[in-house]
Design a binder for this molecule. Sequence first.
Ligand code: PFF
Length: 458
Amino acid sequence: MERENFGSKIGAVLAAAGSAVGLGNVWRFPIETGQNGGAAFIIIYVICILLLGLPIMISEFLVGRYTHANTAGAFRIVSNGSPWKWVGRMGIFTGWFILCYYVVVGAWTMHYTFLSVTNAFHEVPAKEYGDIFDNFVAHPWLPTVWLFVFIGVIHYVITRGVQSGIEKSAKLMMPTLFLITIFLAVCSVSLPGASKGLEFLLKPDWSKVDSTTVLDAMGQAFYSLSLAMGCLCTYASYFDKKTPLAKSAVNVSIIDTLIAIMAGFIIFPSVFNIGMDPNEMGVGAGLTFVSLPNVFQQALGNGSFLAVVFSSLFYFLLFVAALTSAISLHEVATAYVTEEFDMTRKKGAALVTATVLILGTMCSLSFGPLSGLTLFDRSIFSLFDDFSGRILLPLGGMLISIFAGWVLDRKLYRDELSNQGDLKTPYFKMLVFSLRYIAPLAIGLVFLDQLGAFGFLK
Ligand code: PFF
């Protein structure tokens, strides 16, 4: 079967950036930064990206582009039949597992866009935002309807193929996302009292930095860049031989970090404008679907036109961010089943979509009718979230860095990185050093931390 490539370098970078820019940029990065020493955290985060993120991203790109195969096929080829081939399969499993719960939140962003557009938050008292959210997620069928719509959109893009589906949608959605982010940040920053919010986000406070801050920054960098889930490897398998791997990885990281910081520019000025304490806003879903709708209404005038526009654009932004990431996760699994089991793209995508519909629905219902169903003391949703984020991700990242640093043929690495000698690679030694020593050690620590080994430090 003829294999498609991305049609342009910019399309390739935008697609990979679409994978990286997701919910993590908006609902975790800003609040972590604010609470962990502002610019001090950003500096540590950037160091993590330079030392661990980039080397691993470049390696994933390299394996994908060299083999032009899905992640399982790719690792099978580069591992020469050794057990390292399992790293690829594990990446696919992790990506698919994440997708099953990620789509649930993607569906919520659609519902909240709808609520915002229809001005449903008009004159809702502050304390009722929690109830609105709780009632929605526990509703017996409404979240499932949105879930089916969200997965339907992903399925549509995937079945259109690499160029007319993934690349075209990324070229449309990423600039849109960028423009909305800038617009919202400018609006928020011009509110009275905004400077306090910017200070909270940006003023370096090294006294708040300790060893757990560094571990948090590493974990966040990892998740945010979409590492170790087969996404980057799969997308790179559609890069052409001239795409500069290191430069593309740098561009993706810059876009991802900029959007994350700008999300802070959207959130904190409004929060400080209404005199709310950012430490009491929670993270993740609590922040996004309970605190922020209230903040936006109060800061911009309850039910006002501006509040409607701002809030609608904010949830639409989240929707686009979640969608491009979810598409990349779906593609990992679709490429795998189509190529390994010799199916048409349509059939492969349908198979993946069917499994995600079933498991995604179960994750979604675990906030309502299935809330009684628990395993290891966790709801189905938390189980998917924790197992993939805390165990599969760091483990996969560690294995990829060890593989790239110690096992993968050095000449092959260098030739591929330099596009067969066309590009200079003065950073090569540093890259290998990081892959061999820094990355496995650092990710090993994150892994132990996720398992609770450093609980005593907190
Ligand atoms: N990087 C995305 C985010 O920051 O939300 C999440 C994600 C997408 C993780 C795709 C992994 C992935 F493969």
